[in-house]
Design a protein around this ligand. Sequence first.
Ligand SMILES: Cc1cc2nc3c(=O)[nH]c(=O)nc-3n(C[C@H](O)[C@H](O)[C@H](O)COP(=O)(O)OP(=O)(O)OC[C@H]3O[C@@H](n4cnc5c(N)ncnc54)[C@H](O)[C@@H]3O)c2cc1C
Length: 383
Amino acid sequence: MNKQLHIAIVGAGPGGLTLARILHLNGIAVTVFEQESHPLERPQGGTLDLHEDSGLEAVRLAGLMDAFLAIARYEDQGSRLLDKAGRVLFEDDDADGDRPEVDRTELRAMLLQALPADCVRWGHATREVQATDDGRWTLAFDHGSAGPFDLVVGADGTWSRIRPLLSPYRPQYSGLTFIECGIDDVDRSHPKLSQLVGRGKMGVEGDCKEIIAQRNGNAHIRAYAIFRVPADWAARRFDIGSPAAMRAELIKEFAGFSDEILDLFRASNDAFAIRPIYALPVGHCWTNRRGLTLLGDAAHVMSPFGGDGVNNAMFDAAELARLLTTRSDWAEAVAEYEALMFARVVESAAGAAEGAATQLSHVGQELTLEMYRGHVSARSAKA
Ligand SMILES: Cc1cc2nc3c(=O)[nH]c(=O)nc-3n(C[C@H](O)[C@H](O)[C@H](O)COP(=O)(O)OP(=O)(O)OC[C@H]3O[C@@H](n4cnc5c(N)ncnc54)[C@H](O)[C@@H]3O)c2cc1C
């Protein structure tokens, strides 16, 4: 047990908060420094599915399964695949699935409620990490600093400020850009769209473009229009400040798709966002450096194809917490965590990279159909 350790976690995303919770549960105090000024400063993003042996295992180790069951949506695990004419190519309601959906905002709120009120310091964007003479670390913010800490954990996502102290790699653009939009009150106000998307996720591919729409909680649908384009294309092509123009231009981009699909854009609220997708190289790793480590997207951001990002982040946190609480030498615990994590995430990083490389190719739809059919066969083989 390393109860006297001074640990700072940079970033209050699902990874950082899971680590803080499990350490707290085991009597190790930590401080989380988060750049956002409060938990609701920005929408936290869409729905996530937690997987049995990673995200859900972390929830169990955090002692939060009951709280999770209160916010989990087991009923929203379905999948639909359509062609651009709106014909259904595949449909599966997966009502008995073991990958429950949860809204990201609710997941964060659940983790925050399970921490002491003063554990997260909001409005603390880490700008720099400095070494002290005795081999520890201080964090510098715009207004002041904190430390020294024995261990700083970078859980600060894709553009981590901690990563450059460990690795020269920067995330590279994957070639794919997502334009996000959202439809509110879908069951009452847009029943046809509610049916189109179904209980889970609906995908439609054609002309090397794709739309993915996902049911979130509170009758909300989040949709992504996906393009294979240069990283700055969307910012040049769309006027994000003009929702009416966004709707019209997205409909133009998807000309030839059925009207019922284009209704997703017509019904969108005004909150559009441009999300170019970045990823670190598959197999990204670094040489252990005393007192610093990374978890989640800071360590291995990957494209969202495969849906493993949050699951990896939460499982990294659970593994690091397990080792810190069971090994007598904390520095060895961190080195062991890193070695295990590097090996563990290679498979999902490779899958996500392949997904990003083949999505929107001329065989993209065929490959997606093959993947869905594979899931169904694997499920029947298990039953
Ligand atoms: C469009 C899209 C769809 C996705 N869909 C899925 C999905 O369906 N399933 C899935 O598993 N994953 C999905 N992901 C990936 C998933 O969102 C991430 O893998 C996951 O959020 C990683 O968690 P994290 O805690 O490591 O980092 P993050 O969630 O990025 O959290 C990092 C935190 O650090 C804070 N921070 C950043 N910089 C600083 C700083 N300098 N100082 C202090 N705080 C800082 C941020 O504000 C944030 O709160 C998707 C990603 C995208 C882009």
